[in-house]
Design a protein around this ligand. Sequence first.
Ligand SMILES: [Zn+2]
Length: 263
Amino acid sequence: MTNEPMAERSLLLEEMTWPEVRRALADGWDTVVVAVGAVEQHGPHLPLLVDAARGDRLAREVAQRLGRALVAPTIRIGCSEHHMDFPGTISLRPATLEAVCADYATSLARHGFRAVCFVPSHGGNFAPLAEMLDRLRAAAGPECDVRAYTDLVGFVAIWERAVAEAAPELKERVGGHADIAESSELLCIRPDLVRRERAEPGYVGGFNPELAQRIFRQGFQAVTPNGVLGDPRGMSREIGDRCIAATAEGMAAALRDPRRPAQ
Ligand SMILES: [Zn+2]
């Protein structure tokens, strides 16, 4: 084992050896961030893996901002029943997702991690995470605090502010799904998978709690036949960088342990 400080090592639990994990815990690296993504339709221009790939990045960015935090493997499939009208989408029932999240939390708690933070990178996972949170806490036990970011409308509002800062004239194109914000993020993460020439607007009436309710009740296709909420045209890496940083900052602020100062 080297004396290399943790900050210079990978934050990814999967890339560590068990002695490195033991050492990290002994050094106070006792928080784990877990992204909860999806494999689901993202309009005609983005691949199905958007939320899984964004989850990988988001978890890393949140962990860096929390400090002394590792990153567990992204839960790549989420609750996407409302996208099932589109070919290729794979969906977990909420009970399945809860079982997976509970097993993550209890495994990590057994090793001595003191906090497990779930960060949804897919809109359909926010409500299930909020609903299961008390049971996850009970499963993990009193030594390990389970937290989750569950404010979907707040999350989209962060995207709106980030796009307004980067490109004020394109602010209206934020809609919450495969829009300018999310498409720009994927340009930063997997540019090889963005079909820019297929980018077209979807439902552009804006994101709000009423629209979210309608989507979860009736399915995406009832609101947007091409699967897009917002408009991806004008996407750029600059907008994507801003959106990634702003959402990570917003989530880290909500998940930070108030007893531990920011690092
Ligand atoms: Zn998405």
